[in-house]
Design a protein around this ligand. Structure first.
Ligand SMILES: *Cc1c(COP(=O)(O)O)cnc(C)c1O
Length: 425
C-alpha cells in the first residue's frame, strides 16, 4: 500500500471537503421581502403590542412552537443570550450554585455568572459526553438551584433520571440543545425535555440565521420572564403588572425581522438536513469498526442523534501511537479530523483567576456565597481524559457530503491504521 502522506507519500485526498450550505433561494426571497417592507425590526422596549416583536419574529416563534410541540418559543439574538435569559428566568442569584458541564461551548457555563451565581462543574459520561443524574448528584449542595444540561455533539442527555433528581431536590433544569435541533429522546424533541430549552441559530449549527437563538418552555411564568429579560424588563414590569421582579434585569436580546424570516425558511428544511447526517454517521460507524484502539460513538437507547459532530475515542495504549501523532498522520492524508474538542471550561483563566466583577473575586468569593468554588485540575477526570487523551472528531456528517467524500475519509483511516507501526517510532 502507498506511503503515508506524513512520510512524503501521496495524500488520499487533495481537494477540500465540501462545506455545509443551508442557505438557498427561499432565504434570499424571504430577506428581500423584509427589506422591501423597510421594517427590519419591530420591537419596542415598552409595554405595547410591539413588546413582543414584529410579524416575522412572531411567525418564527409560532412555527418553532408548532414544530417542536412546545407551548412557548421566545426568539433571541443568540443561544448565549438565550442561556443568560434562561438562568435569569429561574431566579438564580448571589449565593446560588448551578451545576453545569465542563465539556461544551463556554456559554453553557458562563450564563450562570451573569446573575452573580456560581457554576459548579459535574463530570460527563464517557459514552454520551453528557452530564448524567449520577454526576449531577455528586455535586449537589444545599445551594444548588438549577442545572444546565447540554445535548453535546447532537445527542440528548439521558434526561429522565436527571429530571427525577431535579424534582426531588427542587431544581430547575435548562437544556442546552444548541447542537441538537431535531434530535429525539423517547419520542420527544431535544430542547423540549426540561423546564427550559435553548437552541442556537448561529452560522455553524444545523440550521442557522447567521446569529440567533430560540428559547422554549411549556410554562407560562417562565415564558413571561424570558420575554422580559429579552427586552428591557425593568422598564416594562410596572405597566405590565409583573409582581416578581427578582433577577429581572432586561437586555436587548431581540432578533431582527431579517433573521426571523430566514429562520422560518430554515426550520422547513430541518428534517431534510438531518437524514443525510444520520446516513453519513451510520456509514462511518459501519466501516470504521474494528480498528485497533478506536471506539465509535454509541447512541443511547430510544435516542435519535442529530450528528452535529461525529465523536470517536482513541486509546493510544492499544497501538503505542499517541493521539497527536495519529491525528497528524490523518490530517496529512487530507481529511478533516480534530482532537480533544474544548478545554475543560473550569481550566479557563476566568475560573482559575476568578476575576469577573471588578477585582473582588465576586461571585466566587463573595459574602453571600457560603460554598467554595473548586476549579482545580482533576475535578472532572472523564472530561479531562476526553480532552487531553481520547477524543477525535470530524464534522463531515452533513447534507453536502457525498458517498465519495465519505469513502476517501475511510480510505485515509484504513491507510493510516495499516501503517501504524511506522508511526510508532
Ligand atoms: C453554539 C453553542 C452555544 C452558543 O450559541 P450562540 O448562538 O453562538 O450563542 C451554546 N451552547 C452550545 C453547546 C453550542 O454549541
Amino acid at each position: 500500500m502507498s506511503k503515508l502522506a506524513i512520510h512524503g507519500g501521496t495524500p488520499v485526498r487533495t481537494r477540500p471537503f465540501p462545506s455545509y450550505v443551508t442557505i438557498g433561494e427561499e432565504e434570499k426571497r424571504a430577506v428581500l421581502e423584509v427589506l422591501d417592507s423597510k421594517v427590519l425590526s419591530d420591537f419596542l422596549g415598552t409595554w405595547s403590542p410591539q413588546f413582543y416583536g414584529g410579524t416575522r419574529v412572531r411567525k418564527l416563534e409560532a412555527d418553532w412552537s408548532a414544530y417542536f410541540g412546545v407551548k412557548h418559543a421566545v426568539s433571541v439574538n443568540s443561544a448565549t443570550s438565550g442561556l443568560i435569559a434562561a438562568v435569569g428566568a429561574t431566579g438564580v442569584g448571589p449565593g446560588d450554585e448551578v451545576i453545569v458541564s465542563p465539556y461544551t461551548m463556554t456559554a453553557s457555563a458562563s450564563c450562570v455568572l451573569a446573575f452573580n451565581a456560581v457554576p459548579v462543574f459535574a463530570d460527563i459520561d464517557a459514552e454520551s459526553f453528557c452530564l448524567t443524574a449520577e454526576t449531577i448528584r455528586a455535586r449537589l449542595t444545599p445551594r444548588t438551584k438549577a442545572v444546565v444540561v447540554v445535548d453535546i455533539f447532537g445527542q440528548p442527555a439521558d434526561m429522565d433520571p436527571i429530571l427525577d433528581l431535579a424534582r426531588a431536590h427542587n431544581l430547575l433544569v435548562i437544556e442546552d440543545a444548541a447542537q441538537s435541533p431535531g434530535a429525539r429522546y423517547k419520542g420527544k424533541y431535544a430542547g423540549t425535555l426540561a423546564d427550559i430549552g435553548v437552541f442556537s441559530l448561529n452560522y455553524h449549527k444545523t440550521i442557522h440565521t447567521g446569529e440567533g437563538g430560540i428559547i422554549v418552555t411549556n410554562r407560562d411564568n417562565l415564558a413571561e420572564r424570558l420575554q422580559l429579560i429579552r427586552n428591557h424588563g425593568e422598564v416594562v414590569v410596572k405597566n405590565k403588572g409583573t409582581k416578581n421582579i427578582v433577577s429581572m434585569l432586561g437586555f436587548n436580546f431581540r432578533m431582527t425581522e431579517i433573521e426571523a424570516a430566514i429562520g422560518s425558511e430554515q426550520l422547513k428544511k430541518l428534517d431534510r438536513l438531518l437524514q443525510p447526517r444520520e446516513e453519513a454517521a451510520a456509514f462511518l460507524t459501519k466501516h470504521l469498526g474494528g480498528l485497533p484502539g478506536l471506539t465509535l460513538p454509541a447512541v443511547l437507547p430510544e435516542v435519535r442523534h442529530a450528528w452535529y459532530l461525529y465523536p470517536m475515542r482513541y486509546d493510544s495504549r492499544q497501538t503505542g501511537v499517541s493521539r497527536a501523532r495519529l491525528a497528524e498522520a490523518l490530517k496529512a492524508e487530507g481529511i478533516p479530523i480534530f482532537e480533544g474538542y474544548v478545554e475543560p471550561i473550569y481550566l479557563q483563566p476566568l475560573y482559575q483567576e476568578q476575576q469577573l466583577f471588578g477585582t473582588v473575586h465576586c461571585p466566587f468569593q463573595c459574602p453571600h456565597y457560603k460554598g467554595k468554588a473548586n476549579y482545580g485540575k482533576g475535578l472532572c477526570p472523564v472530561t479531562e481524559r476526553m480532552h487531553y487523551d481520547e477524543l477525535l472528531y470530524t464534522n463531515i456528517c452533513h447534507a453536502d457530503i457525498t458517498k465519495d467524500d465519505l469513502s476517501t475519509f475511510l480510505q485515509a483511516f484504513h491507510k493510516v491504521f495499516d501503517h501504524m507501526e511506522e508511526l510508532r517510532s
